[in-house]
Each structure stands twice: as C-alpha cells, then as structure tokens.
Write a protein that binds this ligand. Structure first.
Ligand code: UDX
Ligand code: UDX
Length: 472
C-alpha cells in the first residue's frame, strides 16, 4: 500500500468516526478530534458509542495504532496534512443548514496553520460553503497559499457505513487546486488502485481489485451540489414510491409487483423503491430542506422538493389513519410497537418516523409498549417512559395483550419473529406493518388481520367466511 498520510478528522459522530476508522483501515495515520470531552473519553476507553457493523473490530485493531482521539484541534490540525471537517450541519428553523459548527472549526483550524494544509469538507453543506470556509480562514490572518479547501462528500448509509465507505459507488473530490486534488487522490489510492481489496483481511463488499471505485474530480461547487442532489433524488424516489403505493391501496393493486415492474427498467433501477412510513434519519429530511432553501435563495423554482416533503409527512398520517381504521377508535387502546430507529440495523432515532408515530399515538390517548433491538436507550432519552409509554425487553413483550401490533422499523430481527407466538401474545391478532416485512398469505394463515403498505389487507380465514355469509 502507499505511504501513510497524516489525517485529522474533526467530529467523531456517525460520519467522522466511520471516516476516521476507515482511513486507518486503508493505511493512514489518523487523529480524531471532538469537542465533546465525554465522547473522546469514551472512545479512548474503547467504547464505540454507535451501533455500526465492523466498527468495533476496526476500532479495536487500530486504537493507538493508526487512530487516536483528542479534544485538542490545534495540536491535531498542526500535525496533519489533511483536515477533514465532519461536524454536524443541523437544520435551522428556516430549513437552511446551520453552518455555525463548520465556521467555528474553520476559525480554529486557521489558528493552527503554519504550513500548507488541505481542509476537506466532509459534512453535507450547501453550495458556496467551500468559499466561505476559505474566506473565514483568510479573515483569521492566514495567507491563501497556506491552504486549500476541498469538498469530498460522503455517501455512507448508517448501519452499512463501513462497507459503504470502503466500497463506494464513487468517490467525489471537488478541488479547485491541483495540489489539493493530488493529496486527496493519494488518500484514496488504496481504494481506487484496488490494492486494498487484495488484502486478506479486507472488509468485503461490491468493489474488488479488478473493479475498484472510480474517483470523480469536479469543481468544489459541483461536489457540494452532487451531495445535496443525490440525497434529494433518493428522497424523491421514496416519496414517489410511497405515492404510488397509495394508488395501489386505492385500486387493490400490489406495490411489490409494481415496484418490481418499475425497477427492472435499468434506467430506473430497483433500489430505494421500498414503500413505508416515510423517510427519516439525520440526512434526507434536513438535506431536502437545505437544498430547497438553496434554490429559494438563488431564485430558482424547485417546488418538486416541497412536494417530496409533503408526501413524506402525509405518509405518516396515512399510517396512523390505517391504525385507526383497524381499531375503530384509538383512545385507551393498547398498542405494541416494533421499532423506534429511523431504519433497521441502526440505533439512530434522529427524525425517526417511528418516534413521530409513537408521539402521535400517545397524543391520541393510546398506551404504547415499545421495543427496538438497538435504539431503546436513545428513545428513552428523547421520549421518557411514562404511565402511557413502556419500553419492553423484546418483540413478544411488546405484543403481549396489545389491541394491535405496529411494525415501524425494518429490522431483520422482526421479519424472523415466530408468528404463532406473536399471534398468541396479542389480545387481538392485528398487525399494521409500515415496512412490509411479512408475507400477507403467511399472516393470514396464522390468523392475523394484516394491513401493510400498498398491498391488499388480509383478514383471518374465519372472518372472511363470516363476511361472505353476511354475518359480519
Ligand atoms: C454528519 C455530517 O457531518 C452531516 O453534515 C451530515 O449531513 C450527517 O452526518 P453526523 O456525523 O451524523 O453528521 O453528526 P453527529 O453524530 O452529530 O457528529 C458530529 C460530531 O461533531 C459530534 O461528535 C460533535 O461533538 C462534534 N463537534 C461538533 C465538534 O467536534 N466540534 C464542533 O464544533 C461541533
Ligand atoms: C442516507 C443516504 O442513503 C446516504 O447516501 C447519505 O450519505 C446519508 O443519508 P441513511 O440516512 O443512513 O443514508 O439511510 P437510508 O438507508 O438512505 O434511509 C433513509 C430513510 O429512507 C430511512 O428512514 C429508510 O427507512 C427510508 N427508506 C429507504 C425507505 O423508506 N424506502 C427505501 O426504499 C429506502
């Protein structure tokens, strides 16, 4: 592998920590900086903090042997050739990205610049942020020749972040200077040359020595737009399929068949066509809003983005309406909830539609027993347990004596539940599935009333017979 490069990663959240560990995995020397002392202390003591496949073993392998943690940005930046900024860019009240953390970090980096460094924006930021970072550093008295600012957006998904980082569809490097582009190319060379994939211990995925990922060089502004446009397009795909699933429900068609029929067209592709209860997470909601805000500020009519958000919000309300129509009234009903994370295989509850739905159910006067394989602790912090809300130890406990069971997160663990045991635990065998985890025919065979998304509802065979005889 090529020469190790000294890298600082500022921000050890979902993106920063994964990037830092993966840079160590491809042979670089990394220092990970965070201004949260508790987080740094936890990482120092070997606590991984987030639920992410491969992260514990990689962190263990490289701790103090490729990666170290500190709160001292000045020291970390001073000793590095490239400084990646991966602090959060939350949504402000107006929908804009709040860039105050990025600005604070840029100003602090400026105080450490005595020799040439490349500053890399890894956080998702609106177009022109690159220029603002440059200006902020210059305003702090640093000569332009001492630094370049590069945009290198990250496309990793939570839950599969390590694999996504090491096996990307593409690496985008937005650089307006050759020196900076060359350094970034060297950092990613173990991936783009294919060398990493020949290593015996390499994390496996879709790239290989013969099919390494491409590196796309662009201008800084193009790279910034690529990130926002990619997330907005994926959100569009989800809202589109959710709208089509509503059409399927109104016509007794089946969204699984429709999505397959659409997705087999190679121009469309099969991925991100799973209907559900709307997208959530730390990226799509905030990035669609930020992209809309960028368009507004530039005087560009991009109402499509508003429609994506509208459909997404409606999808949660539609799901609640399904629960209501299955149970007739909601006040006083006991509801079992499976899943609190914004999607399966993660402990993240940021902008989770599952959490929103639990809040809606509580507001309707239901009592809720909720279970999630990894997101219980975070959920309890955001939504403390109360007389109306209990957190329980497993899926069967959530189902116990409930008037209905709701599936809100697509955990693989839920798809493998023992249906007989589940039916036995429920007071009434009613499942409203917001993630289409179960086969409707199998649910019917197990005696469930089963309502899912974009597929005809099924009822227990006995109820169907009675309905045909006109008894119910
Ligand atoms: C990332 C990206 O940075 C964001 O732009 C993208 O859209 C989503 O993913 P994420 O890693 O999920 O954010 O954020 P978070 O988990 O909040 O981590 C940010 C880290 O930066 C935190 O550990 C925080 O303590 C740290 N931080 C924040 C600093 O070290 N310095 C600051 O000034 C602010
Ligand atoms: C996303 C992008 O995929 C990633 O490229 C970017 O770097 C960060 O944002 P992430 O938020 O981790 O990643 O999750 P993702 O798997 O994209 O799912 C986002 C949301 O969309 C989840 O709530 C998920 O349940 C939902 N979703 C996804 C659907 O409802 N249907 C789908 O077909 C796919």
């Amino acid at each position: 592998m090529s020469e190790p490069i000294q890298i600082a990663v500022v921000g050890s959240g979902y993106v920063g920590l994964v990037a830092a560990v993966c840079f160590a995995e491809i042979g670089h020397q990394v220092v990970c900086v965070d201004n949260d002392q508790g987080k740094v202390a936890a990482l120092e003591s070997g606590d991984v903090l987030i639920h992410e496949k491969h992260l514990p073993e990689l962190l263990k392998r490289y701790h103090n042997n490729g990666i170290r943690f500190t709160t001292d940005l000045h020291e970390a930046a001073g000793g590095s050739e490239a400084i990646f900024i991966a602090v959060g860019t939350p949504q402000s009240e107006t929908g804009d990205a709040d860039l105050s953390y990025v600005e604070a970090v840029a100003c602090e980096i400026a105080r450490s610049l005595t020799s040439y460094k490349v500053i890399v924006e890894k956080s998702t930021v609106p177009v022109y942020t690159n220029e603002w970072i440059g200006r902020a550093i210059e305003r702090n008295g640093v000569a332009r020749r001492l630094f370049d600012v590069v945009s290198n957006p990250e496309f990793l998904r939570e839950g599969t972040a390590v694999e996504d980082f090491l096996h990307p569809d593409r690496i985008v490097v937005g650089a307006d200077s050759e020196a900076a582009a060359t350094l970034l190319a060297a950092i990613y060379a173990p991936l783009t040359s294919g060398a990493y994939y020949s290593r015996p211990q390499a994390i496996s995925g879709c790239c290989s020595a013969s099919q390494p990922p491409p590196l796309l060089n662009t201008s800084t502004k193009s790279a910034e737009i690529i990130k926002h446009a990619s997330n907005a397009f994926l959100a569009l795909k989800i809202s589109f399929i959710n709208a089509v699933s509503n059409l399927c429900e109104a016509t007794d068609a089946n969204i699984e068949q429709v999505a397959r029929g659409i997705g087999l067209d190679r121009r469309i592709g099969p991925r991100f066509l799973r209907p559900g209860i709307g997208y959530g997470g730390s990226c799509f909601p905030k990035d669609v809003a930020a992209f809309r805000s960028v368009a507004e500020q530039l005087g560009i009519d991009f109402n499509l983005l508003t429609e994506i958000e509208k459909i997404n919000a409606q999808q949660k309300k539609r799901f609640l309406a399904k629960v209501r129509s299955a149970l007739w009234t909601l006040r006083g009903k006991r509801i079992g909830v499976l899943g609190l994370a914004f999607k399966g295989e993660t402990d993240d509850i940021r902008e989770s539609p599952a959490i929103d739905l639990v809040q809606m159910l509580l507001a309707e006067g239901c009592s809720v027993a909720a279970y999630d394989p990894a997101a219980m602790e975070r959920s309890q912090q955001a939504l403390p347990a109360s007389a109306q809300l209990r957190y329980v130890e497993d899926a069967y406990a959530a189902a116990r004596d409930a008037d209905a069971l709701l599936v809100l997160t697509d955990w693989a663990e839920f798809a493998a539940l023992d249906l007989k045991r589940l039916a036995g635990a429920l007071r009434y065998p009613i499942v409203v599935d917001g993630r289409n985890l179960f086969d409707p025919r199998l649910m019917q065979e197990h005696g469930f009333t089963y309502i899912s998304v974009g597929r005809p509802a099924v009822y227990p065979a006995r109820e169907v017979e009675l309905a045909a005889a006109g008894t119910v």
